[in-house]
Write a protein that binds this ligand. Structure first.
Ligand code: NDP
Length: 328
């Protein structure tokens, strides 16, 4: 039998954590033949709630679950970690300045990055879900100089899945008929969902849509503002869909993306498509042999260029701000 894979989840007692842990333990994160050991990190006030979730995990009697440990110390939680899902973050509250938000998250993701640097297994893969996810990933990565930078990623898969679903509804096709959609830039309202390279049953999605006004005034804002629309409808932010996207992200990272398609991941830029090196920005990517590779050679038209540049500019501003605060 395979040795268990150590999966650390931060913010384990939160909404996303609750939707995520049971799916990990059931085998959906890594596959039905891979046992997992869950390591939950929480802040001291939330340890009791995490213990409650661990009791429920026990009660599921998942055959693949090799154990659940709960910590309030990142050094212990990340010791030997293979897959780190950084979900817990300081949310922006009403009236909070960006500076305070970045500072609070620097206090979380800096020490977590350092603990991953010192304790993680050689094959560690990190996915940041907690917002501002791209810049939180940048902070963690900057504190982990001994780990290849491309092991630090931030999640734009939920945006990618939202875009797939919106486009499929517009064209009255199944989501599985659509390939090669891309989310570029920051996981924020400036993100750019790009359908210019997308295919619907093998033909151009833009030609199938044939409606630039819909693309500009409906599709892009609907995808970018979907999080707010969920809060408005549900009275709480999306949790199950965010957890689902985290599962998709790690599953593809480990098992590869299907031939003839790609997905979207925010990862440290190598300078591709004019995105300044080191910025954690979303790109079209494939997963091969356990690593993400940015899809190269796509032609970027003026419509896309403008929007990619705007989102990248926002990421540069966030990087400047965390530099000025001494967080990286
Ligand atoms: P959630 O579980 O709902 O969300 C956690 C994080 O995911 C938030 O930063 C949230 O950002 C982000 N997120 C990213 N994408 C999405 C999305 N599409 N939809 C919704 N959220 C998204 O938050 P809870 O408040 O329920 O739980 C957070 C938990 O984290 C708490 O239990 C807290 O104790 C814990 N925590 C743990 C830390 C640690 O382990 N060191 C540090 C800080 C907190 P946004 O707020 O912008 O929606």
């Amino acid at each position: 039998a395979k040795a268990p894979v150590n999966v650390t989840v931060t913010g384990a007692a939160g909404q996303i954590g609750y939707a995520l842990l049971f799916r990990i333990a059931s085998g959906q994160l890594l596959g039905a033949d891979t046992p997992v050991r869950l390591r939950l990190l929480e802040i001291p006030q939330a340890i009791k709630a995490a213990e409650g979730t661990a009791m429920e995990l026990d009660d599921c009697a998942f055959p693949l679950l090799a154990g659940v440990d709960i910590y309030d110390d990142p050094r212990k939680a990340f010791d030997g970690v293979n897959v780190a899902l950084l979900v817990g973050a300081r949310p922006r509250t009403k009236g909070m300045e960006r500076r305070d938000l970045l500072e609070a998250n620097g206090g979380i993701f800096g020490p977590q990055g350092a603990a991953i640097n010192d304790g993680a297994a050689d094959d560690v893969r990190v996915l940041v879900v907690g917002n501002p996810a791209n810049t939180n990933a940048l902070i963690a990565q900057a504190h982990a100089p001994d780990i290849p930078a491309d092991r630090f990623t931030a999640m734009t898969r939920l945006d990618h899945n939202r875009a797939l679903s919106q486009l499929a509804a517009k064209l009255n096709v199944s989501v599985s008929d659509i390939k090669k959609l891309t989310i570029w830039g920051n996981h924020s309202a400036t993100q750019y969902p790009d359908i210019f390279h997308a295919e619907v049953n093998g033909r151009s999605a833009v030609e199938a849509v044939n409606d630039e006004e819909w693309l500009r005034d409906t599709f892009i804002p609907t995808v970018a503002k979907r999080g707010a629309a969920i809060i408005e409808a549900r009275g709480a932010s999306s949790a199950a869909s965010a957890a689902n996207a985290a599962i998709d992200h790690v599953y593809d990272w480990v098992n590869g993306t299907p031939e003839g398609d790609w997905t979207s991941v925010a990862l440290p830029s190598d300078g591709s498509y004019g995105v300044p090196e080191g910025l954690v920005s979303s790109f079209p990517v494939v997963s091969r042999n356990g690593s993400w590779e940015i899809v190269q050679g796509l032609e970027i038209n003026e419509f896309s260029r403008e929007r990619i540049d705007a989102s990248v500019r926002e990421l540069e501003e966030e990087r400047e701000a965390v530099r000025a605060l001494g967080l990286i």
